[in-house]
Design a protein around this ligand. Structure first.
Ligand code: BG6
Length: 467
C-alpha cells in the first residue's frame, strides 16, 4: 500500500556522527581514555586519535551543515571529555567544547540530537570495577547523564541513551574486556552488562523527564529484523525465534520491562540469566522511552539451524547461528555492499511498521547510509551516485510510512562527513562530505562536498518532495 503526500513541515532531516569517530584530540584539554582509544586496529587501519579532527575544526564543519540546510544534527558526547575518570571530577573544558558546538548549531537553526554514550566507554571505570559488568555502572552512567541534563537541558531536547546496546554487548573490546574468554563465560558477562544497561536506561529516562523541560529520550537500537528464508514452516519459526532472541529482546525490556518468555528460557538454558532485582523491572515499566531511535542498515534472512549444527563462535555484532534455533543466510533478491551488508530499502518500512505495532512508540531514524570506497577526483568532487541511489530509495520508503500515518520524528543519515568506520577504518566511507585522509596518512584533513551533499541539500530544501 502506498501513501500519498509529503513529509510534514518541521520533519527533522538530519545527519549523524559520533564523538570518537570524528573528534580526535583524544588526550587534549583534560580528556580521559576511553576503551575505543585503546583499541588495537588490524592491518594499520586508522585509529581514533585524530579521527576527523572535528575538535579543532567544528566551526568549519557546522558552517557546512548550515550550507547543507540540516534541520537536525545527531552527535554524541564523549563521556571522558566531561568526566575524565568516568565518574568524580567534572572537566569544565569538556562542557565548554559542547557548549560551543550547541550554540553554533542553534545559531544555524539546527536541532541538536545527542547520544549520551556511543561506544566510547571510560577505560577508568573498567579499571575501577569492571565497567558494565558491575551494578555500580548504573549509578555512574546516571550521574554522568544528570550532569548533561542539568548543563545542556535548556538547549537540547532530543536525547539518546545508549547507541546500539544490541551490538556493543557482543563486542568484548567495547565492554573493555581484553582477556580471551570462552563463549559461555563471555555470554554470561555480556548478558549481565546488557541487563545493567537496561536498568541504567530506565533510570536515565526518568532523570531526563525530571530535569529537562520538554525533553524526549529513547535508546538508539539496531534491531536487524529477521525474515524467513523460505515459506518452509521451519524457516518461518526460525525467523520468529531469531526476532525474539536477537531483534526485540532489549526493546521488550526497555519498553515493557519484561523478558520475552523465549529469551528468558534461552538465557536460563545457557546458564546466563543475569542477576536481577525485581524492582528494576518495575523501574523499566514505569519509565519507557518516548521514542525508539532506529539505526537501519539491513535486515536478516533467517533459516532453520539443524539441532546438531556446530555454530561458529559468536564473534562480530550478532551470532550468525544458534545451533538448533536459527542460522542467518543471504537473500538472493537483495544486493549487498562490498562488506556483505544487504541493501533492502523496503526493510526500513517494515521495521518502522513492526516497531510501531509492537511498542506503539514513534521512531527517530538515527542512522542509515551506505559505506563505500569513494574517490576524490582532481577537481575536488566525489561522484557518489551509488550513495544517492541508496539514500533516495530509503527515503522514499520512509516518506511512505510518514504519509501513511506512522509517527516518525526525523531521519538522521549516517554520516554527515566521512568518519573512521567502526570496523573498517577509512576504507569504508559514509559521509556527504569527503574527509581527505586515509588509514596511513592524515594528509590535509580537508573537507570536500560529495555529489550526495548537493543532492541532500535539495531534498531538505524541498522537504523531501524531490527524492
Ligand atoms: C553503527 C554505529 O553500527 O554503524 C556507527 O553506530 C558505525 O558508529 C556505523 O560507524 C557503520 O558501521 P561501520 O562498521 O561500517 O563503521
Amino acid at each position: 500500500i502506498k501513501g500519498n503526500g509529503e513529509f510534514p513541515p518541521g520533519f527533522l532531516f538530519g545527519a549523524s556522527s559520533s564523538a570518537y569517530q570524528i573528534e580526535g584530540a583524544y588526550d587534549e584539554d583534560g580528556r580521559g581514555p576511553s576503551v575505543m582509544d585503546l583499541l588495537q586496529r588490524e592491518d594499520g587501519m586508522a585509529d581514533y586519535k585524530v579521527a576527523a579532527d572535528h575538535y579543532h575544526r567544528f566551526e568549519e564543519d557546522i558552517r557546512l551543515m548550515g550550507e547543507l540546510g540540516l534541520k537536525a544534527y545527531r552527535f554524541s558526547f564523549s563521556w571522558t571529555r566531561i568526566l575524565p575518570e568516568g565518574n568524580g571530577q567534572v572537566n569544565p573544558e569538556g562542557l565548554k567544547f559542547y557548549d560551543k558546538v550547541i550554540e553554533m548549531l542553534l545559531k544555524y537553526g539546527i536541532e541538536p540530537i545527542v547520544t549520551i554514550y556511543h561506544f566510547d566507554y571510560p577505560q577508568r571505570l573498567v579499571e575501577q570495577y569492571g565497567g558494565w559488568r558491575s551494578r555500580q555502572s548504573i549509578g555512574d552512567y546516571a550521574e554522568y547523564a544528570s550532569i548533561l541534563f542539568k548543563h545542556f537541558g535548556d538547549r537540547v531536547k532530543y536525547w539518546l541513551t545508549i547507541n546500539e546496546q544490541d551490538h556493543v554487548i557482543h563486542l568484548p573490546e567495547r565492554l573493555g574486556i581484553r582477556a580471551l574468554l570462552d563463549e559461555a563465560e563471555f555470554d554470561r558477562i555480556s548478558q549481565q552488562c546488557s541487563y545493567h544497561m537496561c536498568v541504567a536506561t530506565a533510570r536515565v529516562i526518568r532523570l531526563c523527564h525530571e530535569l529537562v523541560p520538554g525533553g524526549q529520550i529513547g535508546p538508539a537500537m539496531n534491531p536487524m529484523i529477521g525474515i524467513p528464508a523460505s515459506g518452509k514452516p521451519a524457516d518461518m519459526l526460525a525467523a520468529a525465534e531469531y526476532n525474539e532472541l536477537a531483534s526485540y529482546y532489549l526493546l521488550d525490556l526497555h519498553c515493557k520491562g519484561m523478558f520475552s518468555p523465549l529469551y528468558a528460557k534461552y538465557l536460563a538454558d545457557r546458564g546466563c540469566f543475569p542477576e536481577i532485582e525485581v524492582a528494576d523491572l518495575e523501574e523499566m515499566r514505569r519509565n519507557p522511552p518516548d521514542f525508539i531511535g532506529v539505526n537501519y542498515y539491513m535486515n536478516q534472512t533467517v533459516q532453520q539451524s539443524p539441532a546438531d549444527a556446530i555454530a561458529p563462535r559468536g564473534t562480530g555484532v550478532i551470532k550468525r547461528e544458534e545451533a538448533g534455533i536459527y542460522a542467518l543466510t543471504s537473500n538472493p533478491h537483495v544486493p549487498e555492499s562490498e562488506w556483505g551488508w544487504g541493501i533492502c530499502p523496503a526493510g526500513l518500512k517494515m521495521a518502522i511498521m513492526e516497531l510501531f505495532s509492537r511498542y506503539g512508540l514513534p521512531a527517530l531514524i538515527t542512522e542509515n547510509g551506505l559505506g563505500d570506497r569513494d574517490e576524490l577526483l582532481p577537481d575536488g568532487t566525489v561522484r557518489d551516485d551509488y550513495r544517492i541511489g541508496y539514500l533516495s530509495a530509503h527515503l522514499k520508503e520512509l516518506r511512505d510510512c510518514v504519509v501513511t500515518g506512522y509517527p516518525v520524528i526525523g531521519y538522521c543519515l549516517w554520516s554527515f562527513m566521512d568518519v573512521v568506520s567502526g570496523h573498517d577504518g577509512m576504507n569504508k566511507r559514509y559521509g556527504l562530505v569527503y574527509l581527505n585522509r586515509n588509514d596511513k596518512e592524515l594528509l590535509d584533513l580537508g573537507r570536500f562536498r560529495k555529489d550526495s551533499f548537493h543532492w541532500y541539500a535539495r531534498v531538505i530544501a524541498t522537504n523531501g518532495a524531490e527524492l
